[in-house]
Design a protein around this ligand. Structure first.
Ligand code: SAM
Ligand code: SF4
Length: 498
């Protein structure tokens, strides 16, 4: 019997499965206890250096902080305490992730959406946006540019919420990307990890998604403040349902996806509340599944075409408070990966390196189909919002190399089963840092051989020499294999990893 396609309205009505929310609720409520958070936000403490050092020692031991400990840190006012916290944040980042920054690119696949999020250029009422969904051939072309011309190995694919970009489209697009293999100057380029930023899926869909080998599954709560959430996601839309979104990661774990990314869109509500809520979310996942978030994202609200809300919010986050947000997340969820995107201007992205961020994008184009078209300018009409930093990957790699930071294209972790609980243990013990270092060296060499400009190449080679020397001195047992892989890569072999 032929199945009749659902209308968009019917499709929307069937999305939310109450039976996949209710079992998670405790005493009828969710885990974002607003009264607790409010008390923690408003509490005054007598400044006490010993207390500060005790809390920092706990964070440096890569232990998740309590709400009370975060509340103490947040209450501090003096610049000296914040300088000390910044120092500790960087030390934690170095301990867990060493001197590497992982890079990736966003790939927007479709901007049709049934929701009306007040802050987003893709909301359904926005008639000024050009709507498009990439075909399989177009996805292939975009991926060929990303993997074969720019040299990205890691993508985050992004979708609106719409029946035309439902699970079957998401799966097909990921499969298409993984199949791309392009000849490069000295070897070949391929996307090795596809992370997904998609609307909340149900349990069955998440099980299906797992089968196509996704990296991290990201869904941002946007705001954890219940009343604000309801206000900015209007009644009658799928996204209006706070709990459906809040428990997405619970469903993901149940479906066997154990690399999950959470986040807040800062600028919708009080940042202090949101940082506390992020910690509660991480602690809830740790308690229920033994694993916290693989990444935390903290985008700030950016202007978007024909979207006055995005420029007029009274909760816009200042640069000074943004610094506090990043430091506090680093300290309170010390093992987690922290992503800063090209939404932020270059100056903030560079400063944030001192606050403990671990991942960033480059050469980003967020218009649908913009990579293939070689679009150099931003295209407001096709974008969800406007980017603040348009540096190319080559420029970013060179700028980071100037600071002694190695750009890592490593995607080995999840392909060798270093995910979920295992990766958390490795990160906490500092063990993952060693693998990361070795794989960063190898993938960096791959990338510079294929894609670097001559000035970036020279800087990168010097950095690689230093890195290999460090391995020789500190991790001698890995040196023979590292050197063998390194030689083979410089002769054109690819994808050798620890
Ligand atoms: N449509 C899906 C959803 O809402 O879950 C996928 C994500 S959306 C395309 C990607 C993220 O962009 C959102 O979760 C939101 O945090 C962020 N975003 C939306 N509008 C923004 C704006 N004006 N400035 C900065 N970030 C924005
Ligand atoms: Fe749609 Fe996501 Fe934009 Fe909301 S944030 S309008 S769900 S694309």
């Amino acid at each position: 019997m032929k199945t009749v396609p659902l209308s968009i309205e019917e499709w929307q009505k069937e999305r939310i499965k109450e039976e996949e929310i209710m079992p998670f609720l405790k005493e009828g409520g969710d885990f974002i206890k607003e009264d607790l958070i409010r008390k923690a936000v408003n509490k005054d403490y007598k400044p006490d250096k010993k207390r500060l050092e005790e809390i920092l020692a706990k964070a440096l031991a890569i232990e998740t902080l309590s709400l009370e400990e975060l509340s103490y840190l947040m209450s501090l006012k003096d610049p000296q305490s914040w300088a000390r916290m910044e120092e500790a944040a960087l030390a934690i980042k170095r301990r867990v992730y060493n001197n590497r920054i992982v890079t990736f690119a966003p790939l927007y696949l479709g901007n049709f959406c049934v929701n009306s999020c007040l802050y987003c250029g893709f909301r359904k009422e926005n008639s000024q946006i050009e709507r498009k969904i990439l075909s399989r051939a177009e996805i292939k072309q975009e991926s060929e540019v990303l993997a074969g011309e720019i040299g990205h190995k890691r993508l985050i694919v992004v979708y609106g919420e719409h029946p035309q970009t439902d699970l079957s489209y998401i799966k097909e697009s990921i499969e298409t990307i993984y199949k791309v293999k392009v000849k490069t100057k000295n070897g070949w380029g391929q996307v090795r990890r596809v992370n997904v930023n998609a609307p909340p899926l149900n349990l069955e869909e998440l099980r299906e998604l797992k089968k196509v080998g996704l990296g991290t599954y990201q869904v941002f709560q946007e705001t954890y403040h219940h009343a604000t959430y309801k206000r900015v996601h209007p009644t009658g839309t799928i996204k209006h349902n706070y709990l459906w979104r809040l428990y997405t990661m619970h469903r993901a774990f149940k479906a066997g996806i154990d690399d999950v990314g959470i986040g807040v869109l800062f600028g919708l509500y009080d940042w202090r509340f949101e940082v506390m809520a992020l910690l509660l979310h991480a602690r809830e996942l740790e308690k229920e599944f033994g694993i916290g978030p693989h990444t935390v994202s903290f985008p700030r609200l950016e202007p978007a075409l024909n979207t006055p809300f995005a420029s007029g919010s009274s909760w816009q986050l200042s640069d000074e408070d943004f610094r506090k947000v990043v430091i506090l997340i680093r300290l309170s969820i010390p093992y987690t990966g922290m992503i800063i995107t090209a939404r932020e201007p270059k100056r903030i992205r560079e400063e944030s390196l001192k606050w403990g961020i671990t991942q960033t994008d480059a050469s980003s184009r967020i218009g649908i189909g913009s990579y293939k078209q070689g679009v150099m300018r931003q295209e407001e009409k096709k974008q969800q919002f406007i980017l603040g930093d348009e540096r190319s990957l080559d420029e970013l790699v060179g700028d980071l190399a100037d600071k002694g930071i190695i750009t890592s294209f490593c995607t080995a972790g999840y392909r060798c089963g270093r995910t979920g609980k295992r990766i958390m243990e490795l990160l906490r013990s500092g063990q993952e840092g060693i693998f990361c270092k070795l794989n960063a060296i190898l993938t960096f060499r791959e990338w510079i051989d294929d894609f670097a400009s001559s000035s970036t190449y020279q800087k990168a080679l010097l950095l690689l020499e230093k890195e290999r020397e460090e391995v020789r001195c500190r991790y001698g047992q890995y040196l023979p294999l590292l050197e063998e892989y390194y030689r083979r890569i410089s002769r054109g072999e690819r994808d050798l990893f620890f």
